[in-house]
Design a binder for this molecule. Structure first.
Ligand SMILES: Cc1cc2nc3c(=O)[nH]c(=O)nc-3n(C[C@H](O)[C@H](O)[C@H](O)COP(=O)(O)O)c2cc1C
Length: 187
């Protein structure tokens, strides 16, 4: 495997930018294809592919955005989870959902594979010069939203990933000291 110092540099510096601050342009169709290929190249125990990705352009985000208050009102289970009734919009939205019906691998592992899909999307987007943010909010956990999006209610929405260009470089946020979370196991 070839050394890739640029990848290490990217991983050491990548940061999300608030979805509401993402501006045009978003990825081109060619860049989107690359992001999607990177998204699907993730560890996946038993090769189940327990994830789906929906590509949502700005116009369709606006339609979803307009519909959310109604979907929210209809499901008291969602109330109180957050005050925010509104989705963000960005040049591009990828909705990553996880279908974990297979018994071939533990459900938890299938969900984790989906999380790797989301992380690869963030990394690939950064590598192409874009900013992004991974959100869930109440609408990831609302069955009426899932139905509206054509996602089965037994599936999990694991990420609304907003991608676009930066208005400003995000400020760094506190990171854990590696020494606080890592120990060397001595048996
Ligand atoms: C699964 C998951 C769900 C998240 N959902 C939300 C959310 O609903 N609202 C929010 O403000 N941040 C949410 N976040 C956090 C944002 O992604 C945040 O931008 C990120 O943690 C910033 O870290 P970074 O700069 O290292 O990317 C979520 C993160 C993860 C991993």
């Amino acid at each position: 495997m070839k050394h890739s110092p640029d990848t290490i540099e990217l991983l050491m510096n990548r940061r999300s930018l608030l979805a509401g601050k993402l501006i045009e342009p978003g990825p081109t169709e060619e860049e989107l294809k690359k992001i999607l290929v990177c998204a699907t190249r993730v560890p996946d125990h038993k090769g189940i592919c327990p994830w789906r990705i929906q590509v949502v352009d700005r116009a369709n985000q606006d339609i979803l955005h307009a519909k959310l208050p109604e979907l929210h009102e209809g499901d008291p289970a969602s109330l109180g989870k957050t005050n925010s009734k509104e989705a963000k919009t960005a040049p591009l939205l990828l909705i990553v959902s996880s279908y974990t019906a297979s018994k071939k691998a533990p459900r938890c592992e299938q969900l984790l594979s989906g999380a790797a899909v989301c992380q690869n999307i963030l990394i690939a987007s950064s590598a192409l010069g874009y900013r992004s943010q991974w959100l869930t909010e109440w609408f990831a956990y609302n069955d009426r939203v899932k139905e509206y999006l054509g996602i089965a209610t037994i599936e999990d929405i694991i990420g609304f990933i907003y991608i676009g260009s930066e208005t400003e470089a995000p400020k760094e946020r506190p990171r854990p000291n590696v020494s606080d979370i890592v120990t060397r196991l001595q048996l």
